[in-house]
Design a protein around this ligand. Structure first.
Ligand SMILES: NC(=O)c1ccc[n+]([C@@H]2O[C@H](COP(=O)([O-])OP(=O)(O)OC[C@H]3O[C@@H](n4cnc5c(N)ncnc54)[C@H](OP(=O)(O)O)[C@@H]3O)[C@@H](O)[C@H]2O)c1
Length: 351
């Protein structure tokens, strides 16, 4: 139960300056420690007061930087207020019966050192601490669930399928490729640098990988080199020219799981596609999904993935930067592919 006065602390925060159009910049945010916070949940509330440990840099945060009108999965950030997003935190005080001081949790929190979470029902308690805590921003958090449901639930994969993954060295893509390999599929990934190509082939077990920035004819590269017999499953993370090229290379009755389209997030005008008739002639099922609709499967996901981690059957690349003040530059780096693996900001060590 929350009680007593509680210490008042300075609270460093990453503040959202104003709505963004085009490419996000570091200066769209600023870091300040001008605020204070009482380290106590208000008496009589169900709020939970947490110390933030890790924050996830996720592409959807760019969408929230825009002015979102009408109904959407997301809401815009409020100019002048801290960003919010997924993170890992330690409970310092709680008015909610299911959380107590010392609990480790993951879920939506603020881009700040300490947060008062007024809807703690959306937090997940962390029960398995024999794996790195930062994994709950990635492999054991939203990106892991996204890879799991987007591949296993949406694509209905079969052993021997030919699978193509874009943004394949990122938080989600690296897992889709590994889940597909564990099922006995042939897997190719596209990424934006030679370093990432090497990681996919030599560390993550992909059969093939290529740098899309060096392929001037994506259709030809897919057709001649990587999928001469066509693609059964495409896990879509980027959109744009890549999706158009993939549409020309799908096998009949193939599946496209539309997870994200990061190449569109900074565009001021929506971009169209040229090759959608392939969906008809090849009887392709292309399905978008939102991971939040599948959170009831989280226990099933943990049952599958924890043994893989413990047995060393899954490798997870993380890119962890230290310090909240590096948050704005690090978040912006997602859109130029600066991250190698899941991009995380370490706010404070767990102790
Ligand atoms: N549907 C859902 O519920 C759901 C949930 C989570 C994430 N997502 C989506 O899943 C996708 C991957 O997310 P993530 O967290 O795994 O991010 P991430 O891959 O860790 O980071 C983004 C990566 O995208 C690539 N990229 C950036 N701009 C690009 C562009 N213009 N064209 C092509 N590639 C570009 C960069 O890698 P390169 O160096 O390879 O270019 C960058 O590292 C995103 O589209 C995200 O919005 C969807």
């Amino acid at each position: 139960m929350a009680s007593g006065e509680g210490e008042v602390m300075r609270n460093k925060q990453v503040i959202f300056r104003d709505y963004v159009t085009g490419n996000p910049k570091e200066s769209d945010m600023y870091v300040t420690d001008s605020s204070t916070i009482k380290l106590k949940a208000p008496q009589g509330s169900v709020a939970v007061l947490v110390k933030n440990l890790y924050l996830a840099c996720d592409p959807y945060l760019r969408i929230r930087m825009g002015r979102i009108e009408g109904s959407s999965v997301f809401t815009s950030f409020t100019p002048g207020s801290p960003l919010s997003g997924f993170g890992v935190a330690k409970v310092l005080d709680s008015g909610h019966p299911e959380f107590k001081e010392g609990d480790l949790v993951w879920g939506t929190t603020g881009w700040e050192e300490y947060s008062l979470i007024t809807e703690p029902e959306q937090l997940f308690k962390i029960h398995h601490t024999d794996v790195p805590l930062s994994y709950y921003t990635g492999l054991l958090g939203v990106p892991g669930m996204t890879a799991f449901v987007g591949f296993h639930e949406v694509c209905s994969p079969k052993r021997g399928d030919s699978v193509f993954v874009s943004a394949a060295a990122g938080a989600v893509g690296q897992l889709v490729g590994q889940f597909a390999k564990l099922m006995g599929c042939y897997v190719v990934g596209s990424v934006g640098s030679k370093e990432k190509v090497d990681l996919l082939k030599n560390k993550l077990g992909f059969d093939e990988a290529f740098n899309y920035k060096e392929e001037h004819d994506l259709d030809a590269a897919l057709k001649r080199t990587y999928f001469p017999k066509g693609i059964d499953i495409y896990f879509e993370n980027v959109g744009g020219k890549m999706l158009d090229a993939v549409l020309l290379n799908m096998r009949p009755h193939g599946h496209i799981s539309v997870c994200g389209m990061i190449s569109h997030y900074n565009l001021n005008q929506p971009q169209g596609f040229s090759n959608l008739t392939s969906l008809i002639y090849n009887r392709i099922r292309m399905e978008g999904f939102v991971v939040f609709d599948y959170f009831h499967l989280y226990p099933k996901f943990l049952d599958m993935v924890l043994p893989y981690i413990r047995e060393g059957k899954i490798v997870y690349l993380e890119d962890i930067v230290e310090g909240l003040e590096r948050g704005p530059a690090t978040l912006v780096g997602l859109f130029s592919g600066r991250n190698v693996g899941k991009q995380v900001v370490l706010v404070a060590p767990a102790e």
